[in-house]
Design a protein around this ligand. Structure first.
Ligand code: FE2
Length: 288
């Protein structure tokens, strides 16, 4: 067991499985490590389309299926391509603007790029610890409001819009729009929250770093009182996140297991001359 980076609180965990008997993986030990480290890289795990989901099943009650824009892989509803395109993708906690924010996200590297497209990783616990007192107090006392339009029904069933209900805390102004086929909600939540660490440290992991354009469902992002987040706080979180970001070039057959409520991830730009193949699985509800 090796560390991944000193930038992470508890340094993360890299397990090189090359010489071990992979059938003897101790899953309860892995869960214990994961609770405290929040990220594990399984190196040389060498999974394939038949046993990738059977591995992640050991940690999953259910999978998220909201990544419909990504194409399916290996004939599975739960294995998707990482977003297409070559552009840089800023840090984010996957779907953290929505009530169906996955608990664990997995990336499996089928084929790495040679020199571009590094994966960005930022531990929300380290980031939170690095923030100024005033910034911490601001985010502890102000919720973020994410205005969402979530595709739900076939379009144009009726020409009406009516009040609806979704059973999640923080939902406000919930409507179903039969004309557009969308559920419309304002989803309010804090940008910082408790982790599953035994010490329940706070993590700053959210959707404040990435452009709204990258997520079609996300229409607006403000404070709960409809005001903008003050620029001085944004400036600080962007600066500190950059300082706390670890960039890793994944290797072939690396599987990364990430606590999505604690860590944010992103991607550097991929050179047009290069191609990488990384697939993604999202555990909505885990058994950790
Ligand atoms: Fe993502």
């Amino acid at each position: 067991m090796n560390k991944i980076s000193d930038l992470f609180f508890n340094k993360g965990c890299l397990l090189n499985l090359k010489k071990e008997n992979k059938k003897k993986i101790n899953f309860s030990k892995i869960k214990e490590i994961f609770r405290s480290k929040g990220i594990i890289i399984f190196r040389n795990i060498n999974l394939n389309k038949n046993n990738l989901i059977s591995f992640t099943d050991n940690f999953s009650h259910s999978y998220a299926n909201d990544a419909a824009r990504r194409s399916k892989r290996f004939g599975s509803d739960f294995i998707r391509n990482v977003d297409s395109g070559n552009q840089k993708i800023d840090l984010h906690s996957e779907a953290s603007f929505s009530p169906s924010c996955p608990e664990i996200i997995w990336f499996y590297c089928v084929k790495p790029a040679k020199k571009s497209g590094k994966t960005l990783l930022c531990d929300g616990v380290s980031l939170w610890n690095s923030l100024n007192l005033e910034t911490k107090n601001f985010f502890l006392s102000n919720q973020i409001s994410y205005k969402l339009k979530i595709p739900y029904l076939e379009k144009k069933i009726k020409k009406s819009r009516k009040k609806w209900y979704l059973p999640y805390e923080g939902i406000n102004n919930c409507f179903v729009n039969f004309k557009t086929g969308e559920i419309e909600i304002d989803y309010n939540k804090y940008a910082v929250h408790k982790t599953i660490m035994p010490t329940r440290n706070l993590a700053f992991a959210n959707h404040l770093f990435i452009s709204l354009k990258s997520e079609p469902q996300l229409i607006r992002r403000t404070l709960r009182n409809n005001r903008r987040i003050p620029a001085k706080f944004l400036k600080e979180i962007y600066y500190k996140a950059e300082k706390n970001t670890y960039k890793i070039m994944l290797k072939k057959n690396d599987l990364i297991m990430i606590d999505n409520h604690r860590f944010m991830h992103g991607r550097e730009e991929i050179l047009k001359t290069e191609k990488r193949d990384i697939i993604n699985i999202q555990t909505l509800s885990s058994n950790i």
